[in-house]
Write a protein that binds this ligand. Sequence first.
Ligand SMILES: *[C@@H]1O[C@H](CO)[C@@H](O)[C@H](O)[C@H]1NC(C)=O
Length: 287
Amino acid sequence: MAKHRQSRFPTRKSSSSSTLVFTLLIMFTFVILILLALGILSIPGNSGGSTKVHDLSSIVRKTSDDVDEEKGEQWVEVISWEPRAFVYHNFLTKEECEYLISLAKPHMQKSTVVDSETGQSKDSRVRTSSGTFLPRGRDKTVRTIEKRLSDFSFIPVEHGEGLQVLHYEVGQKYEPHFDYFLDEYNTKNGGQRIATVLMYLSDVEEGGETVFPAAKGNFSSVPWWNELSDCGKKGLSVKPKRGDALLFWSMKPDASLDPSSLHGGCPVIKGNKWSATKWMRVEEYKA
Ligand SMILES: *[C@@H]1O[C@H](CO)[C@@H](O)[C@H](O)[C@H]1NC(C)=O
């Protein structure tokens, strides 16, 4: 009899203590729910802040005292979500910029555009710059830059076309256009162009902005609005700065073409502009 009672006692104790733990858990959950309902606690995310997706004034321009003078501070700034556009500040060093210009300079030719009917290159008044292609993987420096571009964009090096170095003198420009193709001919190798990285190899005293006239959002709220040319004020604009790289996507995440990626190069007003463009394809591009 006594033996029987002894064996039952411990089981009853453990079952009552687990009931207590369970009751406490339920109570705790209710307290949290009540706090959430009263707004005393909040779940991190959009519900807490008042940041709107298209509120470009919320872009924070970061400044820091401990900037590496040689390289400058490296950070990525979201410029726009429609189109998806990002600026990687100080992506290239001064030496890399100067090196790319020195490689291209002896081979500059008048730029052409793609004829959407035939897919062939043709001369054009909408694009008045001069330029040249540097073959992919041309040398160690170019390979280092191409690897960095791949790391930034998450697109393999093999999907990239050769770097195109461009030079715009005063008055030269590139009217707004899409980087994606509307013909069959140009997508045979590598498929559609999915993204572009535009690297600025020089500062431009005035003008020469990259402008996205179809960008969604209040583009007059960018902090650099007052420094833009009239052309630059026709859309969301990025001012050329030596070493900076602008990545934007011509396709949406669902692989449909993104018309908000319309972009142009504003006429240079003072100084001259050197840039390098890397176009990236959906598939491997045989270089
Ligand atoms: C756009 O931003 C500018 C500058 O911040 C502001 O003055 C203007 O009222 C804004 N326009 C709209 C439609 O929100």
